[in-house]
Write a protein that binds this ligand. Sequence first.
Ligand code: AMP
Ligand code: MG
Length: 426
Amino acid sequence: MSERPSPPSCCPAPGPHLADPDWALQRVLDHAGPPLDETLPAVDALGRVLREDVVSGQDLPPFDNAAMDGFALRLEGRPAAAGSRFAVAGAQFAGDPVLPHTGPAIEITTGARVPEGYDSVVMVEHTRIEEGGTLVLEHAIAPGQNIRRHGEDIAAGERVLRAGRVLDPAAIGVLAALGVARVRVARRPRIAIVCTGRELVDDPGRPLRPGQIRNSNLPTLRAQAIAAGAEVVHAETVGDEVEPFLAALHRAREAGATILVSTGAVSMGRHDFVPQALARLGARALFHKVRIRPGKPLLFAPLDEGTCLFGLPGNPVSSLVGFRFFVEPLLRRRLGLADERPLRLPLAHEARLKQGFRHHLKARIHLCAQGRLEVEILPGQESFRLAPLLAANAWIVVDPPDRALDAGTLVDVHGPSHLHTAIPHP
Ligand code: AMP
Ligand code: MG
């Protein structure tokens, strides 16, 4: 919990006031709205969030079948000793329907239905065929061997997947095995990204003129949004004037975006016009400036018809932190996911941090010499520095009670995106 008292919700926070990050996030979540659902072919649902429990309508395996290539035997419930002999009468192969077998042994292949009355399968490697075609066991066999029973994996009526599960390849496979054709999933929240700044160049093939830089926020946030389960329905770059910015927001909404994310123009500079644009829309920021580092000049405003605007600062790491820790929690609500829980890991080293801010630190999880997980704060925390993100596999989020943090202090560790747990790089 934060040590600072949160301003009451009737007292929003534009101006010099620094909103408490927990309070600010709560204001965002107040506007999350319920998840919207859609039904998809199960095979197309990879990465989507399930919105219903899936109960198996059938047994898996659907029938008793052979676990080995070999022979199905009628043992009548009794074991058979090595050297036992069986006449082989017929065969049952994978894909065969119910065949009327009656002989003491039949040839069988892996996955073939074990016919009624046969109670064990002996693998072909444990048999020999005598001249004349008689089967001889080379090892003793007990009843019930090498038969995969119907329902042994999943029984009819069993709940196999719960609502809120992110569908991974394992889930897609089970749905296919059970013949589930369609699943109800959360619709991808629709996002637009509008980058501001007359210095920005989008086209990587265009040489930079003096004073220009390449727009890295747009591709970064687009990728981050997709990784976070959203659909980016509109993205564009504008300069530093209100009118083109408003026109871009209009296009974003026309494209169906309900979450508008801008970068730049929210700080204290001469060209920081986003608050002014909000006023033109008749909207009001619920907060503008949050007690976080980096990314303090973060702004959030609900617009009409369930739409909202996040004004993220322009510095690349600031905008990423704003997205990761304020937009993504909203995405989780819209996806029907429970709030994230961080890992708690020991710091690999001591650290000194400025007090009074919640810090979001580019971090790296690794295994210490004893094989335990620990986390290090990477060098290069400045908000313009992108290169340390290449070494990072996690974020440390810490609101330091003291300026110095000892090595071994447990800190909150979040993954690179809310859908990607922090794991050590191989
Ligand atoms: P601003 O918040 O607009 O004052 O921008 C702060 C810093 O971030 C400035 O150095 C900008 O040039 C830089 N910046 C703003 N937008 C972007 C962007 N889309 N890509 C990369 N850098 C940016
Ligand atoms: Mg700018």
